[in-house]
Design a protein around this ligand. Structure first.
Ligand SMILES: Cc1ncc(COP(=O)(O)O)c(C=O)c1O
Length: 386
């Protein structure tokens, strides 16, 4: 399928297409230097190692983390969140998370609760899709060891005030972890200013890398326990996995081609004015979209009365038609790709009242959508709703 034939509005699942520069860099780098990084001394291995370390540096600066060696590569956000959650929670702990979180947070925490390791409190968003800091303060207990918060919802697009949450947690023993999978690349992130202890983001959404990439960024004062062991490429005689970063939380040969994509994605974000500029362009289109459909009879939109602190992600339903069928009509009749159902975030749907409706139809715009495509999508929703 060529990107020109499809109106792709499923960027919250993965951004597509990627910038041409990302494809080109990945192809070129992997052809010429696609060897095992950090393991050998020949030129291509040194170039491969340099790419990994330079991308680490760039991403560490991008999130304003403490040290490049504490910015780690993993397979995706699910992988990173499992590494962080399992490495931080101990028997008898209490954990706080939110109903806006994705299954990559819900399921690891549900397992810990089911196995009797930890108790979990879930914060519910208000009717506009935002977590209330007073609820967080009330939920904190003396044994709360971890607070994991979704930065940007992959269902309703609301962006949480991480600085306000961090201000509450900075003097509490609980570690503060954010899932920035939907925001990294479109919302400027400042781990230090916001008192975030660890951040996890997937690499294949607004960071513009390929699937199979993820990033963990850990502040200097935080120790995350190791839950895996294996090859590190250095100090092979040592019988255990190395405790020093970056090896501490990186296991085996990294996804060099994927890291190349993240490197080129970073350069593309810089060349396009940075996250805020890319976001502003996307939000102008989403505002037009919302304005075009919100008053249509039979159409319900969720948590987008105001698009302040919002991503270019919009959930809707059409009265009388199951979300899945709306998605099929958009695809078959209008060549518009969306995502329907619960979008791996069942608790969010419980909160907005769409769980029993089988979820929503989610439109998520990216930097390569156009105002014309938005007009086509408005007309398509109107057509389906009639
Ligand atoms: C908010 C959020 N967290 C985590 C993930 C998981 O990302 P991945 O599937 O790359 O592990 C997603 C993906 O949709 C997401 O939207």
């Amino acid at each position: 399928m060529d990107a020109r034939d499809l109106i792709y509005m499923d960027n919250a699942a993965t951004s597509w297409p990627k910038p041409d520069e990302v494809y080109a860099f990945m192809d070129d780098f992997y052809r010429h230097n696609g060897v095992n990084p950090g393991r050998s001394g020949f030129d291509a291995a040194i170039s491969a190692g340099d790419l990994v370390e330079n991308t680490r540096k760039k991403l560490n600066a991008f999130f304003n983390g403490d040290l490049p060696e504490r910015t780690l590569f993993c397979h995706n956000a699910t992988d990173g969140l499992n590494i962080v959650i399992q490495g931080l929670v101990k028997p008898g702990d209490h954990v706080i998370s939110t109903n806006l979180d994705h299954n990559s947070v819900l399921r690891p925490l549900n397992c810990l609760e089911r196995d009797g390791v930890a108790d979990v409190t879930w914060l519910t968003p208000n009717e506009h899709g935002f977590i209330q800091t007073a609820d967080l303060e009330n939920a904190l207990r003396p044994n709360t060891s971890l607070v994991v918060v979704n930065h940007g919802s992959n269902v309703i697009g609301t962006v949480q005030d991480i600085a306000a949450i961090g201000a509450i947690l900075k003097d509490h023993q609980a570690k503060f972890v954010i899932d920035a999978s939907q925001t990294a690349g479109v919302v400027p992130i400042d781990m230090k200013a916001w008192h975030v202890d660890a951040l996890v983001a997937t690499g294949h959404k607004a960071l513009m890398g390929p699937t199979g990439t993820g990033v963990i960024c850990v502040r200097e004062h935080l120790e995350i326990g190791q839950t895996r062991s294996g090859g590190t490429g250095v100090r092979s005689a040592f019988p255990y996995h190395l405790a020093e970063y970056p090896w501490r939380l990186e296991y085996g040969t990294p996804n060099l081609m994927g890291i190349g994509g993240l490197w080129a994605g970073q350069r593309w974000i810089e060349e396009n004015g940075g996250p805020a500029a890319i976001h502003a362009k996307e939000m102008a289109m989403v505002q037009t979209f919302v304005d075009g459909i919100k008053d249509l009879p039979k159409v319900t939109t969720y948590c987008c009365d105001s698009l302040e602190n919002h991503l270019a992600t919009l959930s809707i339903n059409v009265e009388g038609i199951d979300a899945m069928n709306v998605g099929i009509m958009l695809d078959v009749d209008h060549d518009i790709a969306t995502r329907t159902g619960l979008q791996c975030a069942p608790k969010c749907h419980e909160s907005i009242g769409t769980f029993d409706l089988h979820g929503t139809v989610r439109f998520s715009l990216g930097p390569f959508n156009t105002p014309d495509q938005v007009q086509t999508a408005i007309a398509a929703v109107e057509d389906i709703a009639q």
